[in-house]
Structures are given as C-alpha cells and as structure tokens.
Design a protein. Structure first.
Length: 132
C-alpha cells in the first residue's frame, strides 16, 4: 500500500471543516481544476476523471463527527484506494491531515505516485484557501 499525505492548519473549528468535507459536492472545489474532468456529485458520492489516468467513483465511508471522514470506492476502481480526512482541533485552530492510500503495483506506482502526492497537497492547500 502506498501512502500520500498532506497536512494543513486552519483557523476554524473542526465542526465547520467537517461540515464542509461531509458534503461530496464541496470536494469539487478542492480538486485541482486542471487535473480533474467530468465531475459529477451528490452529497454522498462523486465521480470524476483524473486527466490521462483513470475514472474514479468515491462515496462517503466511515465518519466520526468533527474528527474523521473516509472516502471509499463506489465502483470497482483500477486499484484499491481510500482517502481519509482527519481533524484535530484545539478550539481555535484545526489540524487537518489528508491521506490517500492506494494499492499500486510497481508500474502504477512509478506512474501515479507523483500525481497522487500532488492531489493530496493540492486538496489540502485548496481547503486552506477556501476556509482560512
């Protein structure tokens, strides 16, 4: 399993960030515009194409209110993937950790590691820019 992680610190309560992330419609604002096409979403599910790579359908998985949201495949992906948002608040600030875990074979790892790490970093940066 390959892990791609990005963190940010936002001056907002965990509840506000959790509420934003708990709606898959908001995730379109987090993904890098130039890398994602064919976005379609509901409150609990999203489908999109990662440019020149693959089509993904994700849905809400485990949720722990104001602490954690896990996104899991809604349809059979080309490889197993899970995305997790973890929130830890001290009241005024919330530390946000976004993790992508993907089961990549050696060939896919060489091709997808850079774009998946960039996706993790871009989503965290976009979350910060939207909510800071």
């Amino acid at each position: 399993m390959s892990t791609f992680k990005s963190t940010t610190r936002i001056k907002r309560p965990a509840k506000e960030i959790y509420d934003f992330l708990a709606d898959m419609n908001n995730h379109e604002r987090l993904v890098p515009e130039e890398e994602i096409t064919d976005w379609s979403s509901t409150a609990n599910e999203a489908s999109f194409t990662v440019r020149n790579m693959l089509k993904l359908s994700l849905k809400m998985g485990d949720r722990v209110t104001d602490k954690k949201i896990t996104l899991i495949p809604a349809a059979k992906p080309p490889f197993n993937i899970e995305m997790t948002w973890e929130l830890e608040s001290d009241g005024e600030y919330t530390d946000v950790v976004f993790t992508i875990e993907a089961d990549l074979n050696m060939m896919l790892k060489m091709m997808a590691s850079g774009p998946l790490q960039k996706l993790a970093e871009d989503e965290s940066a976009n979350l910060f820019n939207l909510l800071h």
